[in-house]
Design a protein around this ligand. Structure first.
Ligand SMILES: [Zn+2]
Length: 164
């Protein structure tokens, strides 16, 4: 679901913030925002997803051509995004996009329908125990939101003394 992917994207963005200091030259908040937004990109291949509705009718054409959880749910767009942006001298944005995109694949990997990282080269699905929209996903969502709050405070995006 969109909200879980967003919460996971936010978490991955906040988590990787400590490791990208030298590579990402823009403001730290921008990095986190790009990662979180990019975390919903892969579902452009599904006509009912939030991102598809945003990019209609462009997304409609995509979902007509490719299958859901096909090439857009493989590692190739992750590499492609980075390389394209790097080529034009925006490697740091490409990196944030690639990390966000990858976080989505990571999330889908834990669902029952799983994903195929090397599609269409291989047909090897990696799947997990989570049913999309099920109770386990809700638990995960709440957990991720809590972790996001902890990391937002840890990175001083919000100063706790403002509240207390
Ligand atoms: Zn997906």
């Amino acid at each position: 679901m969109f909200r879980t992917h967003f919460a996971l994207g936010l978490f991955v963005g906040l988590f990787s913030l400590s490791f990208i200091n030298e590579i990402f030259t823009g403001p730290r908040w921008l990095f986190v925002v790009i990662v979180a937004i990019a975390s919903s990109f892969p579902d452009i291949d599904h006509p009912k997803s939030k991102i598809s509705k945003l990019f209609f009718p462009f997304s409609w054409m995509i979902s007509w051509v490719v299958s859901h959880r096909g090439i857009f749910h493989s590692i190739f767009p992750v590499i492609g995004l980075y390389l394209i942006f790097d080529y034009f001298g925006f490697g740091f944005i490409g990196l944030a996009l690639a990390i966000g995109y990858f976080s989505h694949l990571l999330g889908d990997m834990f669902t029952k329908s799983g994903i195929d990282f090397l599609y269409p080269i291989s047909r090897f699905k990696i799947s997990g125990p989570i049913t999309t929209g099920g109770i386990l996903e809700s638990v995960l969502f709440v957990l991720l939101v809590l972790l996001d709050v902890v990391l937002v405070v840890k990175h001083n995006f919000i100063n706790i003394s403002w509240i207390i």
